[in-house]
Every structure is written in structure tokens, then in C-alpha cells.
Ligand binder design. Structure first.
Ligand SMILES: [Zn+2]
Length: 97
């Protein structure tokens, strides 16, 4: 029971991973298109691996579940941001520059 590795496993639940497919986002080079998509407005739902760029409102998509403390880069508007927990309990982002 005192195995330190076991402790580490318990404190960090493995993240879900996702297969990304292109969603027709053409504002970045082809290689990167699958990491972004357009927000479709009210009714659109973000997956656990998606977050909206607060600057340009594009949806940034990750291959793994997004968690607080993650650093993300929005290629379309070149913003860097860190994921924080919003007042309403949802994931938000703070732009770092
Ligand atoms: Zn952006």
C-alpha cells in the first residue's frame, strides 16, 4: 500500500484521449486544421477536449481531455492561454499574451 507509484495513479485519473478529424477549418495550414473548429453558436457543445479561444472565439481542440493548468496555443490569432476554473465551475482560459 505504500508504493509511491500507486499513490500517483490515484491522484491523477488518466485523461481521456480523442481522435481528431478535420472539421473544415481552413484558416490554418492543413497539418493543424484538426486542432481547431468554428464555434457554431448556442446549441453547440464543447467536448471535454475542446475550449473556446476568448480572443477569436475559435474552438481549440486537443487530443486529450483539457484540464486546469493546461497551456494552449491558438494558431488563428496567435494567443497563448492557460486553462483556469471559472466561477461557475466550468473551464475557462486566461490569455497569457
Ligand atoms: Zn484565438
Amino acid at each position: 500500500m505504500n508504493d509511491p507509484n500507486e499513490q500517483a495513479v490515484l491522484s491523477e485519473v488518466p485523461r481521456q484521449t480523442f481522435e481528431l478529424e478535420e472539421c473544415g477549418f481552413r484558416e490554418v495550414p492543413k497539418k493543424w486544421r484538426k486542432f481547431y473548429r468554428h464555434w457554431e453558436g448556442p446549441g453547440d457543445e464543447l467536448g471535454p477536449n475542446e475550449i473556446i479561444c476568448p480572443v477569436c472565439k475559435v474552438v481549440i481542440r486537443s487530443k486529450r481531455e483539457i484540464r486546469v493548468g493546461d497551456r494552449l496555443y491558438c494558431m488563428p490569432c496567435m494567443s497563448r492561454m492557460i486553462v483556469v476554473l471559472g466561477e461557475d465551475g466550468t473551464l475557462q482560459t486566461d490569455v497569457t499574451y
